[in-house]
Ligand binder design. Structure first.
Ligand SMILES: *Cc1c(COP(=O)(O)O)cnc(C)c1O
Length: 241
């Protein structure tokens, strides 16, 4: 059996990274004339082993994001999850919904009525409703999931009929581009978020705007994000397995 070796240098770097990112998010909030408590930092833990996640959770990180159902279910028991909120942020196939409902606090990647309907069905089976965000493809990129801004309102009206899901806001992954360009995408989604909030659709609340990753979280905070999802800037470059 392979011996378990903890890379203490990597633990130290991870903890330092977390503290730095946390304070940069706070500084961005202040620069944007917002409350520090208004912006949450999500630690994106996909591909990271529990021994490098737990030191950050022990420091008080209270929100994690995972991409894959199987990976999350396989490692959750090894994580220090007391008081930690868990979000699924990766593309979700309808045939995996049954396994993840009840295991996470939010699914951020709802991009079709079909998926929302399945989440609703499986949630009602276990006597709950699942909090979700609707994923928007702000750059209309073929390679990305998410719906277009133009389709958002219709989708929200349909989802609002479902008893087993509760929409809490929007999520996006913008195209890879420079800071000026990315701020335009964030601004566009923020505007849609505010417009929909003003419509006061039954059973749809617009509280959470999840945007910003390692390369652009400061820009996202300046444009109104209240959840930034940061992976590699905390845990280092990902090694996919
Ligand atoms: C991987 C991932 C992130 C984090 O990406 P980094 O660039 O490593 O910070 C954020 N959101 C989603 C949906 C992801 O899949």
């Amino acid at each position: 059996m392979a011996e378990f070796i903890l890379d203490t240098e990597r633990v130290r770097t991870t903890v330092d990274n977390y503290k730095r990112v946390k304070s940069q998010v706070e500084e961005a909030a202040i620069r944007a004339n917002r409350q520090v408590s208004d912006v949450r930092l999500m630690c994106v833990t996909k591909t990271v082993e529990p021994q490098y996640i737990n030191p950050v959770l022990d420091l008080g990180a209270d929100l994690i994001g995972e991409n894959r159902v199987q990976e999350y279910l396989g490692k959750k028991d090894a994580l220090h999850l007391d008081g930690v909120e868990r979000h699924l942020i990766g593309h979700l196939q309808t045939n995996k919904v049954r396994q993840i409902v009840g295991e996470v606090d939010m699914i951020e990647s709802v991009d079709s009525f079909r998926l929302a309907n399945e989440i609703s069905k499986q949630s009602q089976k276990i006597g709950t409703a699942t909090n979700v965000l609707v994923e928007v493809n702000v750059g209309k990129e073929e390679s990305k999931s998410g719906i277009y801004i133009e389709e958002l309102e219709d989708l929200l009206y349909s989802i609002s009929q479902l008893d087993g899901v509760s929409v809490k806001g929007l999520m996006t992954i913008p195209p890879i581009c420079d800071e000026k360009e990315v701020r335009k995408y964030f601004e566009r989604l923020h505007r849609a978020f505010v417009d929909i909030k003003d419509k006061r659709i039954d059973n749809i609340s617009m509280e959470l705007l999840s945007m910003g990753m390692s390369g652009d979280y400061e820009a996202a905070v300046l444009e109104g994000s209240n959840i930034v999802r940061v992976g590699s800037a905390i845990f280092g470059a990902r090694k996919y397995f």
